[in-house]
Design a protein around this ligand. Structure first.
Ligand code: PEP
Length: 250
């Protein structure tokens, strides 16, 4: 039985005070970690404070991106070693906004996944098709390629420690959600790809989230599907009440 994981992606929203108030407000209201994994992926600037606030609670803190190198002359970047040192548990890798606006390639995604794992940080690896690709019938091919590239060179053991987020690009921040059946079908296809690469046990254990306009009104339907193990949520994760509702559905 796979435990659902509900991850908030705050993107470039919230001031420091708003972020602190949010975590203060939810940290003692999180359902048991035996039932659901609750994660808040916050702007990097706030991570040490939020990790501190969430210590000894059921809430985990994640980053939204990182570099794959340990250290070096990479102005403005944050390394896996830095995230590990402040005890960040998760990092989103290869979000479509990073791929689109910051030219993140599949090769960079693969390096980041490996770097996160080698620092004990769980990568939430994003994949998903554009509307054009969906309409042309290329969804399965697109996500299969992204997943294969992201996982290239990982061992079966390592694959157990990653989370995949299937996020159709046309559904992110648009209010358009894939139907639960469509999302379930693509998550099932991703699981098949993992099975081809790593065998049945790895495929059965890996958690695959859906992301794209998830909200309290549609999360139960999505999570009722066999292949969907949680959600990566942008807009609806920004308000305390709505994020807590999402967790309750988990
Ligand atoms: C996201 O940022 O990954 C996302 C799915 O955003 P939204 O929930 O706003 O569509």
């Amino acid at each position: 039985m796979r435990k659902p994981i509900i991850a908030a992606n705050w993107k470039m929203y919230k001031t420091f005070d708003e972020a602190v108030d949010f975590v203060e407000a939810i940290k003692d209201k999180i359902p048991s970690a035996e039932k659901v994994d609750a994660v808040v992926c916050a702007p990097a600037l706030y991570l040490p404070t939020l990790v501190d606030l969430a210590k000894d609670t059921e809430l985990a803190i994640g980053a939204q991106n990182m570099h794959y190198e340990e250290e070096g002359a990479f102005t403005g970047e944050i390394s896996p070693k830095m995230l590990e040192a402040i005890q960040v548990d998760y990092v989103i890798i290869g979000h479509s906004e990073r791929r689109e606006y910051f030219n993140e390639t599949d090769e960079a995604v693969n390096k980041k996944v490996k770097a996160a794992l080698s620092h004990g940080i769980v990568p939430i690896v994003c994949c998903g098709e554009t509307l054009e690709e969906r309409e042309a019938g290329h969804t399965e091919e697109k996500v299969a390629n992204q997943v294969k590239e992201a996982l290239a060179g990982l061992t079966e053991e390592e694959v157990q420690h990653i989370v995949i987020a299937y996020e159709p690009i046309w559904a992110i921040g648009t209010g358009k959600t894939a139907t639960a059946d469509d999302a379930n079908a693509v998550c099932g296809h991703i699981r098949k790809v993992v099975e081809e690469l790593y065998g049945k046990a790895a495929a059965e254990n890996i958690r695959i989230q859906y992301g794209g306009s998830v909200k309290p009104e549609n999360i139960e339907d999505l999570l009722s599907k066999e292949q969907i193990d949680g959600a990566l949520v942008g807009g609806a994760s920004l308000q305390v009440e709505s994020y807590l509702k999402l967790l309750e559905a988990g």
